[in-house]
Design a protein around this ligand. Structure first.
Ligand SMILES: [Zn+2]
Length: 685
């Protein structure tokens, strides 16, 4: 793959990485310069060139930001900012923004929710990283900053440069870090708390283990801006910073005409944002003009923050619903009096797990405040007044089986312990309603899961008795009276069913659509009655063409599971079952109903397989394929053999010789597949 990566190149890259890291360690950790800047840059450029050429970056390469060696400090030093940071004025009115721009262009960007750090570079090296602190005095966190994403330790620009960036942590990483914290210790409330705590850690080794990224949002000072295409443009400054290796906050250039639509584009991205945000920032693109506006004393006039309304609204807990999932996990969902937030009515919010449910003390009637995180996801902000503990059910709401609380890395979760819980077998139900089975049109997997989790559906027959839950169903989110009626019509239509479809729906291992047809045709008229009758007699189904011992065993394993077989019979009692294909009977009545689906071209044919296979992963798979289509596979070539399958058609093997003697065609796997696919293709004849 890496054609350019020869052993010599790799050895050179390793040596460069080692030398550069040693120098960086001496510089940052020991405050000792063992190499001139000129020499460091020469080696660094050579390494960058090799990395570009080979497409390989060694894990501890200094061109990535990690790997500068670790440093622990006894306390964080204070440092005064050369350029004090002011905070921006805010608005919640998006339509005020075009007028605010006053005919000028602006740069619109996320207002990231983390901790602001100020980075100072000199001579192409990171000199200092200081937290924003009070705005005039912050804390020195250089030892940690060198390990954060988006902070290059060295940049090409050699003058003095000061930038501000926001140290942030992804939601996913926040959850991961919190999971590792034992229950007995305090967990971080949100990604901002965690990012802030990480930036200010005394031991940089610990900081390096937490994925923090710094995103630049302000070029504060540059002593020689000639390298920037248009040094007076904020937008051009951002591009230049990206070119220097910084991560820059996502941003876009706007005019008074486009600012609202661009704002709405950001708004649509909110649900997918990996990083927490706290609104948007609009800054005048023309820096000199912006600076000339000065400040109001409190706020600079060149920028404004936009915030979405996310006020918490008060509501009252009605109940806690425990929604089941396929793993048996039961998730608490708070159901509260419907309230209007950000233009929609909200009445439920996930409470995530038992630990959080307990901490919130969500007894029935508790007063809570509810908000929409990032405008989208309803959350319980806090319990204003609790009426008591959150009830934790002892029985699964789906199957009534016993529940138990599991503890993993300090987080408590509730599980249903019943292996037969329908919630764990959603797949059986999805198969049951699918097109070649009961064909209940429009009953999606998501809806099935909802019905099962809510306890409306525990067994197949329950799908034909949904009217018992009509009132609950029509009030489900996204499920009105119309959807309910459409569903009931589809359920009613599915009651007329061919026996083969019903048999397929039963979900007996190995009996799919084709095999079910095979059995149904064998049974002939009154297929359902004959089927149950034959099972009672313990008839050997391997007499059916295409059925082997394994499938026969599967049938009896299923039928001997009383609950399964009873479920099947109960279901059958609610249906109008027709025979799809009749068997060959003594009266010569062997008309095959044309509508019942095509017969496979290999049905009734006997095959012998020999030699290595290319298309099928193994011989069993091919046997299964043939049997499913009503064919048979035998071990030796005889006059009853229709085809010998051998990819080495001209081999001198015993089976090939025998086949030739008997006039049995020898076909390749490829020819076999053509034969299986086409009723008219007839290889070897
Ligand atoms: Zn259960």
């Amino acid at each position: 793959m890496d054609n350019n990566l020869t052993t010599t190149t790799l050895a050179e890259m390793k040596e460069l990485v080692r030398t550069l890291n040693e120098a960086a360690y001496a510089y940052y950790v020991e405050d000792n310069e063992i190499m001139s800047n000129f020499e460091y840059d020469r080696l660094y450029d050579r390494l960058s060139a090799l990395e570009a050429e080979t497409g390989t970056v060694l894990p501890d390469s200094p061109t990535k930001s990690a790997g500068a060696g670790y440093k622990a400090v006894s306390k964080l030093e204070k440092s005064e900012h050369e350029f004090p940071a002011l905070s921006l004025d805010k608005t919640k009115d998006r339509y005020a923004l075009p007028a605010w721009l006053g005919g000028m262009d602006g740069v619109l960007s996320w207002k990231l929710d983390g901790l602001t750090v100020v980075l100072t570079y000199e001579g192409g090296m990171l000199q200092k990283a200081v937290t924003r602190g009070s705005g005039t005095v912050g804390e020195v966190v250089t030892h940690n900053a060198v390990h954060f994403g988006g902070v290059p330790k060295r940049i090409r620009f050699k003058g003095k440069l000061i930038i501000r960036g926001e140290a942030v942590m992804k939601y996913a990483d926040f959850e991961e870090v919190n999971r590792r914290i034992p229950e007995t210790e305090a967990k971080y409330k949100n990604p901002r708390n965690l990012a802030s705590a990480t930036v200010r850690l005394l031991d940089s080794k610990e900081a390096a283990e937490r994925p923090v990224t710094v995103m630049a949002f302000d070029l504060v000072y540059i002593d020689d801006g000639r390298g920037i295409r248009d040094a007076n443009s904020k937008n051009a400054q951002y591009e230049w910073l990206e070119g220097q290796g910084f991560s820059v906050v996502p941003h876009t250039l706007v005019t008074p005409l486009t600012v609202v639509s661009e704002l709405e584009r950001f708004e649509r991205q909110l649900p997918e944002n990996e990083f927490p945000t706290d609104g948007l920032v609009l800054i005048l693109d023309d820096e000199a003009y912006g600076r000339s506006l000065g400040s109001t004393g409190k706020f600079p006039r060149n920028g404004i923050a936009f915030k979405w309304q996310d006020e918490a609204v008060e509501s009252r807990i009605r109940e806690i619903e425990w929604s089941a999932s396929r793993t048996g996990l039961l998730n608490p969902v708070a159901i509260f009096d419907p309230v209007e937030i950000e233009g929609t009515t909200v009445s439920r919010a996930s409470v995530h797990n038992v630990s959080i449910a307990r901490a919130l003390r969500l007894g029935k009637g508790s007063r809570v405040s509810v908000y929409k995180a990032n405008l989208i996801i309803p959350q319980i902000a806090e319990t204003i007044e609790s009426t008591g503990e959150t009830p934790i059910p002892e029985n699964c709401p789906v199957c009534g089986g016993a529940t138990s609380v599991h503890e993993n890395e300090g987080i408590e979760t509730l599980y249903c312990e019943n292996p037969d819980c329908p919630a764990k077998h959603v797949g059986r139900f999805t198969h049951f309603v699918s097109r070649d089975a009961m064909n209940i049109v429009g009953l999606s997997e998501a809806t099935l899961e909802t019905f099962i989790d809510a306890g409306f559906v525990r067994k197949f027959a329950d799908l034909y008795r949904l009217e018992r839950f009509r009132d609950n169903i029509v009030t489900l989110e996204g499920f009105g009276v119309r959807s309910y009626e459409n569903l009931q019509a589809a359920v009613a239509a599915s009651r007329s069913v061919k026996f083969s479809a019903l048999l397929n729906a039963a979900g007996i291992p190995g009996i799919g659509k084709d095999m079910a047809k095979q059995i149904s045709r064998f049974l002939g008229t009154d297929a359902y009655g004959r089927f149950t009758g034959l099972i009672a007699e313990r008839f050997d189904f391997s007499a059916v063409s295409g059925i082997g011992e394994v499938i026969n065993d599967n049938i009896y394993e299923w039928a001997d599971d009383v609950s399964r077989f009873e479920e099947f019979k109960e279901l059958a009692g609610l249906l109008d079952i027709s025979d799809d294909v009749r068997s060959v009977r003594a009266d010569g009545d062997n008309d095959v109903q044309a509508s019942s689906g095509a017969i496979s071209p290999i049905e009734g044919k006997t095959f012998v397989i020999t030699g290595a296979l290319n298309g099928f992963s193994n011989r069993d798979k091919m046997v299964e394929f043939i049997e499913e289509r009503g064919g048979k596979v035998s071990g030796s070539v005889s006059s009853k053999t229709d085809y010998l399958i051998n990819n080495d058609v001209n081999s001198g093997s015993g089976k090939n010789k025998k086949a030739k003697e008997l006039g049995v065609p020898v076909i390749s796997e490829e020819e076999f597949m053509k034969l299986a696919a086409s009723p008219v293709y007839d290889p070897g004849r």
